[in-house]
Design a protein around this ligand. Structure first.
Ligand code: MV4
Length: 458
């Protein structure tokens, strides 16, 4: 039942393209990079065994252009496609097209992506499978229907777009008097943004933590969880810092979270690596979304489990059973990841430009996943993340200390980065103590303190 993979086309760029190249190299698999004209000199273009130009800088004409990607795969004789994260990673139509063209898609089935992309369908399916969901509704048929539903649920409620996700298309309603109007606006906005005006209600959790469980599922129905990550340090739904395992979550809750994630994956006969996201409200937790891709923050899970998630993803795509992975995992130490972005540390405005000087940290327990180098130009066409610093140590306290040192050793000149913001975050009492919630940054960000650190940077 196994289908060998000899050559992988990587439908992505940046650090994740390098991450996939490294995984393939170790598995003895050849790689094909695709790149836009802007990325002709990029490291993924250089380090892959082959490279194919797929169009100009703007993503719709290159990294999102399905016909060009399929043509590149056929031209190069690739037998599989790895989508990375972002771009086409969760597009069921892309996965479907790959399969139709005889290419193994290194990810789940298209139907898994469609189901989880439809937030109401996902909610309904999870609830039916015994995974906890918040009190809420199906697709609202009218703004009037919202009124009686909200009375049953209790205020505050949140209006979410069924085609949204990742924080897009959400509105919080505290006041019953504005509910119907808010629902009508949300429907119109969802129609404009997603081409689908379906919205639904949920009870709004005012101070949640974001905890997500890594799952790995093979083609034979075996599912295992690789513990959880906490990603509560976010700004406008962009994660900034992640850690594994979660801290100050009672053991009984962690066990229940992990069990629910496995239940979720089994219920939909999921395959490949995936992440089940939960909102943690005190000791209660609720299913939020499932991500059907490898995630940016997968590295912290790798550090505490010793499992190469990208290699496993590829092995699973060949039809291999979980085998050695099919066991109860226990965290080995603690890992933290800081996403380094080319952006102003205070305003968060992207900072495209050329990196004049660069030094990344090193040492025991320090991992750097990055695609940039001295002389590299950060393009305004793509995401501003220029790399990830990951530290791993026996304890959380040691991992934090190691990260402070790693940040102090990081030098990026020519463009502004969020390194000073990270340095500030790691000195905050809420972070040091743990147990912070998703409002941490919005409620605590001290712009002047971060500015001072930015100016002090050598
Ligand atoms: C929520 C919520 C509170 N109550 N749903 C944000 C991203 C998307 N996955 C869903 N999100 C939220 N859904 C209910 N019923 C709060 C958030 C939320 C959030 C969640 C995780 C991490 C950061 C967040 C920041 C703001 C809002």
């Amino acid at each position: 039942m196994t289908q060998p993979i000899r050559k992988v086309l990587i439908a992505n760029r940046g650090e994740i393209a390098l991450r996939v190249i490294r995984a393939c190299r170790e598995l003895g698999i050849r790689t094909v990079a695709v790149h836009s004209t802007v990325d002709a000199e990029a490291l993924h273009t250089r380090f892959a065994d082959e490279a194919v130009c797929i169009g100009p800088g703007p993503s719709p004409s290159s990294y999102l252009h399905i016909p060009n990607l399929i043509a590149a795969a056929e031209l190069s004789g690739a037998d599989a496609v790895h989508p990375g994260y972002g771009f086409l990673a969760e597009r069921a139509d892309f996965a479907q097209m790959c399969i139709k063209c005889g290419l193994a898609f290194i990810g789940p089935l298209p139907e898994h992506m469609s189901l989880m992309g439809d937030k109401v369908a996902a909610r309904t399916r999870m609830e039916a499978s015994g995974v906890p969901v918040l009190p809420g509704t199906g697709v609202l048929q009218s703004p009037q229907e919202a009124r009686s539903a909200a009375e049953r649920i209790g205020f505050p409620v949140i209006v979410k777009a069924s085609a949204g996700g990742g924080g897009r298309g959400m509105k919080i309603v505290h006041d019953p008097d504005v509910l119907e109007q808010t629902v009508a606006t949300a429907q119109a906005e969802a129609q404009a943004a997603f081409g689908c005006g379906d919205v639904y209600l949920e009870r709004y959790v005012t101070s949640p933590r974001h905890i997500e469980v890594q799952v790995v599922a093979d083609h034979h129905g075996n599912v295992v969880d690789l513990l959880e990550r906490e990603c509560s340090v976010q700004r406008r739904h962009q994660k900034i810092l992640e850690e594994a395992p979660s801290y100050k979550v009672p053991e009984s809750v962690r066990v229940a979270l992990r069990k629910s994630a496995v239940t979720a994956a089994k219920a939909i006969r999921y395959r490949s690596v995936g992440t089940v996201e939960f909102l943690l409200d005190g000791n209660d937790f609720y299913f939020m979304e499932m991500n059907t891709r490898i995630q940016v923050e997968h590295c912290v899970t790798e550090m505490i489990t010793g499992v190469d998630l990208v290699q496993e993803q590829i092995r699973i795509a060949t039809g291999e059973p979980l085998g050695h992975l099919d066991r109860e995992f226990e965290a080995k130490g603690h890992a933290i990841e800081c996403r380094i972005n080319a952006e102003d540390p205070v305003t968060f405005a992207p900072q495209p430009g050329t990196i004049e000087a660069l030094h990344f940290p090193g040492g025991y327990g320090v991992r750097v996943d990055s695609h940039v180098y001295q002389g590299y130009t950060v393009s305004p066409h793509y995401d501003s993340m220029i790399g990830k610093l990951i530290t791993h140590a026996a304890t959380r306290e040691q991992a934090l200390a190691r990260m402070r040192g790693a940040l102090d050793e990081t030098i990026v000149r020519g463009i502004r980065t969020n390194v000073p913001l990270h340095r500030w975050i790691l000195d905050q009492q809420n972070i040091i103590e743990g147990g912070y919630d998703t409002h941490f940054l919005a409620q605590n960000l001290d712009v002047d303190a971060v500015q001072a650190l930015a100016e002090e940077e050598h």
